[in-house]
Write a protein that binds this ligand. Structure first.
Ligand code: NAI
Length: 327
């Protein structure tokens, strides 16, 4: 039998965890022939709830699921991990300043990055879902000096999928007809969803929609979709976030389809003027387990401004965590 892949999921007892674990165990994360072992990492108060989820996973008798272990320290949770899905984070509560949020999450993602550095398998690949995802991924990467920084990524795929869905709905097209969507930047309301390079059944999207729809409807609808879901559902996106995490990792490992690209949040190599190291949403393809930023795109002034807005926001977060002594 193939050796099972160790997948560590933090925040396993949370909403996204509940939507994610069953799909990982069913084979959706890595493929239908790849056995997995789940390592659930939670805070001590939530271990009992994680045990309940583990009981349900057992009850599914998934053929590919070769074990479930539950931990409450990052060192144990990431021991031998091949894939880390960092979902658990400190949410912003009423009256909390942004600096408090960054400090609280620095206290989570710093130690988790260090544990990954010290304990994870050599081929570890990390997707940070917990918000602020881009900066949390930056903190984790900076706390793991022995792991190549490009193994730390942040989830922009939900924004990417939302953008595809909005364009498909507008044009009454099938989602599979839409290629080369991009969401530049940060997983926040600052993000810059961009149809400039998108194709719809082989035709340029820019020939099919007008600029006012893009500026007045598409961009704000995609960027504020998370808030609209909270408003409607009374809880934040969970199943769609879990689905996006599956899409991100599946493509990273198995490669993106020929003639298309997707949006991961990945450390910048300086492309498109984004300072090196910032974890940023870029158009990218995956090949051989590595993300490569799509090069040579001619950016409009609007896209350049959208990128700059996101650079400014992420540089401010980076400088704030450095000033607080988190890194
Ligand atoms: P939730 O509150 O239902 O679950 C979070 C879980 O994380 C809880 O069970 C909690 O005990 C656990 N946790 C907290 N600190 C932990 C730590 N240090 N180690 C291990 N576990 C820890 O939240 P939900 O809905 O599952 O969302 C999780 C995160 O994902 C949030 O930060 C949310 O903002 C973010 N998110 C990100 C999206 C993206 O596109 N990047 C989309 C949707 C949500």
């Amino acid at each position: 039998m193939t050796t099972p892949v160790n997948v560590t999921v933090t925040g396993a007892a949370g909403q996204i965890g509940y939507a994610l674990l069953f799909r990982i165990a069913s084979g959706a994360l890595l493929g239908p022939d790849v056995p997995v072992k789940l390592r659930l990492l939670e805070i001590p108060q939530a271990v009992k709830a994680a045990e309940g989820t583990a009981m349900e996973l057992d009850d599914c008798a998934f053929p590919l699921l070769k074990g479930i272990d539950i931990f409450d320290t990052p060192e144990a949770g990431f021991d031998g991990a091949n894939i880390g899905l960092l979902v658990g984070a400190r949410p912003r509560t009423k009256g909390m300043e942004r600096s408090d949020l960054l400090a609280a999450n620095g206290g989570i993602f710093g130690p988790q990055g260090k544990a990954i550095n010290d304990k994870a398998a050599d081929d570890i690949r990390v997707l940070v879902v917990g918000n602020p995802a881009n900066t949390n991924a930056y903190i984790a990467a900076a706390s793991a000096p022995d792991v190549p920084a490009e193994r730390f990524t942040a989830m922009m795929r939900l924004d990417h999928n939302r953008a595809i869905s909005q364009l498909a709905t507008k044009l009454d097209a099938d989602v599979t007809d839409i290629k080369k969507m991009t969401v530049w930047g940060n997983h926040s309301a600052d993000q810059h969803p961009d149809v400039s390079f998108a194709e719809v059944a082989g035709k340029p999207a820019l020939d099919l929609v007008d600029e006012s729809w893009i500026a007045d409807y598409f961009v704000p609808t995609v960027a504020k979709r998370g808030a609209a879901i909270i408003e409607a559902r009374g809880a934040s996106s969970a199943a769609s976030a879990a689905n996006a995490a599956i899409d991100h990792v599946y493509d990273w490992i198995n490669g993106t389809p020929e003639g298309d690209w997707v949006t991961p949040g990945i450390p910048s190599d300086g492309s498109y003027g984004v300072p090196e190291g910032l974890v940023f949403g870029f158009p990218a393809v995956a090949e051989g387990g590595e993300w490569k930023i799509v090069q040579g795109l001619e950016l409009s002034e609007t896209t350049k401004a959208g990128i700059q807005r996101n650079v400014d926001a992420l540089v401010a977060e980076r400088d704030e965590i450095k000033a607080m002594g988190i890194l």
